[in-house]
Design a binder for this molecule. Sequence first.
Ligand SMILES: [Fe+2]
Length: 529
Amino acid sequence: MIVLTRRRFLGHAARVLATAAAWADGFPLDVLRAGAGRVHAAPLQTKPRFDRSPFTLGIASGDPTDDGMVLWTRLAPDPLTPTGGMPDEAVRVVWEVAEDEHFARIVARANTEASPLRAHAVHVEVDGLRPARPYWYRFRAGTWESPAGRTRTAPEPTADIDRVRLAFASCQHWEHGYYTAHRHLAREDLDAVFFLGDYIYEYAPADNPVRPVIGPEPTTLDGYRQRYAQYKTDPDLQSAHAAFPFIVTWDDHEVENDYANDVSQDDDPREPFLRRRAAAYQAYFEHMPLRPVRRPRGPDMPLYRSLPYGRLVDFSVLDTRQYRTPKPCGGRQSTLCDGARAPGTTILGERQREWLFDHLAASPARWHVLAQQVMMARLDLVAGPPEEFSMDKWTAYQRDAQAVLDFFGTGKASNPIVLSGDIHTNWACDLHARPEDPASTIVGAEFVGTSISSGRDGIEISARNQAILPDNPHVKFHNGQRGYARCTISRERWTTDYRVVPFVSRPGASIETRASLVVENGRPGVHRA
Ligand SMILES: [Fe+2]
């Protein structure tokens, strides 16, 4: 994608001044055609006509660096139909980035193409911006202008910054409730938001939904596109995207419940399941603010990556679904069988595990964050003996889980913090060098975040979870309400505030901080603030 950076922009100043009025008048910016996207085989509509706004799915930004980010939108004037109401033609989209919310100081502007091959989604990479400051962006197609979004560049990797603020969230089952937590999240003061998976749920329509989902269980590209489109129409979700850059990874429901690499939950034949996975990954890419380098190729999509925030925090975003071996010990809740300890098993895959340890060892950051899907701390699910664990989590993949804990124990990556989602409840845990021995050294901390809506209205604690807390002494906090987690990172302290809403079965819930947990620099382990 060719981008008009600030430096190049100055050279174009006169022409841009001339086109500022053109933008206001609704004309495409023909003088900047040199900056347009690649020529597409389909005819390009340079002046598309829409009888209603094509920006029904909102806008988004993501994966910030110190000089830019990716900007996203998808044109869909009729979002719930297979084509989104778009013609089978590429359409010109104009985008611009400004230093102020009134777009008085525009620093980048160019054309790109929304292609029917990608559901008329655009993924614009912007560079040449200044570090650690807000920017505003918007799109235009035909005579329609998108809502404006606010985003933020990361600090320079070598910058000695004092503070990073983020939120992490996951699991937004449409049928289970309203996204009130997103509405509150949008009002926070954050550098970025991490979404840790279950952005959609693939299930067929349920009985008695809080709000109905349309279409059957998706298995095709059209089906997944429709499911994403419906989710993306939510105004609270749109407001969260419009407020902060998102850094996303997936869990299982973006494809199918509990899938493991090429193995579906029902052991479908491999080839049809990989075709389904390819469709699901394609639709995921089309609807997320991910850089073009993440684009899937067939059933493969390179999602794991790292993002530095100055010398303060380094984020490793992981993918524990695409490369894992099948779940051991029968696949569900079980005592640990030999299969969980077998040498060939992996939750990361060989390449990702090697990349992770190499990356962590080379990173000079003070805090090292693993932003990923499933719980790493062991969680004994049975009160009293015997111990039983979910075979979908790290504990079922002993080799990788122990390798990560051993690496944390070496001190090569200072202050490791694991962020997780998946289980629709809040858990703050110490990570022990030997998880089976609560007296062993604490080598890290894990914060598991609850769901935005999955599980319907939450409760403080279920009888079942109350009963297992004595079996899990490394758990320092637990709560079963809906919401998100807000984290404030300084040089000396990591603070996680668990933000919860009392209900999601109707709109309008207020939010409160249910608990604040702290990790001190150089002292692994979680305690109450
Ligand atoms: Fe979930």
